[in-house]
Design a protein around this ligand. Structure first.
Ligand SMILES: Nc1ncnc2c1ncn2[C@@H]1O[C@H](COP(=O)(O)OP(=O)(O)O)[C@@H](O)[C@H]1O
Ligand SMILES: [Mg+2]
Length: 274
């Protein structure tokens, strides 16, 4: 990692102490300049998300949810205002520093899975660890463990097109967890899934939240948002409400993800280089 890491030096298990501020947006705006017209994607967003929060982002199509997720995930930059990630203004980071942060600190899950076609489930999960220069033996072992945890231990060598939507999304979650990122961002992760698969996916996110991850999920559906502790609503690029969910959906997670999440870091800390 470059010197200017976007996460505190004192990060413990999965990136610091629960309750510390992880994300702060100040008067953040995104304007898409398409030449003839300018589209206001986000309009003066002010928002703080603390470590360990489980947040849903809701709003109609075109309200700015994906624009926000792309900025939070350092895939895009704000036009105006500031995005502080663990206290560091993302605008000050070089492209190399940003890609290092994306690789090590942020796990993405997308509606359309975004797995690499013609590549096995195992290789898809190994890929972020390859970029992070985790040695081959260690990354294969961990990719297998992650896939076992998400119930795909028997499908390590399957290609994405040989799996159901729910299975592909579980591969995508295993991949997102590969480098033990403190921040997990999911943009409509259940948008292409049936109810049973959606429940499985949300239980995994709940379990990761319980294990200390900060999880932000975009959804159209109230029953998906109901798993989270805080619901932000967007309309026309503006954040129009920010409410606590005092009675989140009961968490019956049984994937044992919590044992694995954070273990890459713990192993390194214990000096186990495998
Ligand atoms: N790459 C882009 N170029 C131009 N306009 C865009 C682009 N991406 C998004 N927009 C516009 O920004 C607004 C917010 O889009 P988006 O963040 O994708 O909404 P949501 O995810 O809530 O459906 C919409 O008006 C959309 O058309
Ligand atoms: Mg979207």
């Amino acid at each position: 990692m470059p010197e200017k890491t976007a996460f505190s030096e004192n990060e413990k298990k999965n990136g610091g102490k629960a309750g510390d501020e992880l994300i702060r947006l100040v008067d953040l705006a995104k304007i898409y300049d398409t030449g003839a017209i300018k589209v206001l994607g986000l309009n003066r967003i002010n928002l703080t998300i603390r470590r360990g929060e489980f947040v849903a982002i809701m709003g109609h199509s075109g309200s700015g949810k994906s624009t926000l997720m792309n900025i939070l995930g350092c895939l895009d930059r704000p036009t105006l205002g500031h995005y502080y990630l663990d206290g560091i203004d993302v605008a000050d980071l070089t492209p190399n520093e940003l890609s290092a942060i994306r690789n090590r600190k942020i796990g993405f899950v997308f509606q359309s899975f975004n797995l690499i076609a013609r590549t096995t489930a195992l290789k898809n999960v190994e890929l972020p660890m390859t970029y992070a220069r985790i040695p081959a033996g260690k990354r294969t072992k961990r990719a297998k463990e992650l896939l076992e945890c998400v119930g795909l231990g028997a499908r390590l060598s399957h290609m994405p097109n040989e799996m159901s939507g729910g299975q592909r999304q579980r591969v995508a979650i295993a991949r997102a967890l590969a480098n033990d990122p403190p921040l997990i961002l999911a943009d409509e992760p259940t948008g292409n899934l049936d109810t049973a698969a959606s429940i499985e996916i949300m239980e995994m996110f709940s379990e990761l939240h319980e294990a200390g991850a900060t999880v932000v999920v975009v959804t159209h559906e109230d029953n998906i948002a109901a798993y989270t502790d805080r619901i932000l609503r967007f309309s026309d690029g503006c954040m129009i409400s920010d409410e606590k969910n005092l009675n989140p959906t009961k968490r019956g997670g049984k994937q044992h993800l919590s044992g694995l999440y954070g273990s890459l870091y713990r192993r390194e800390e214990a000096g186990d280089a495998d």
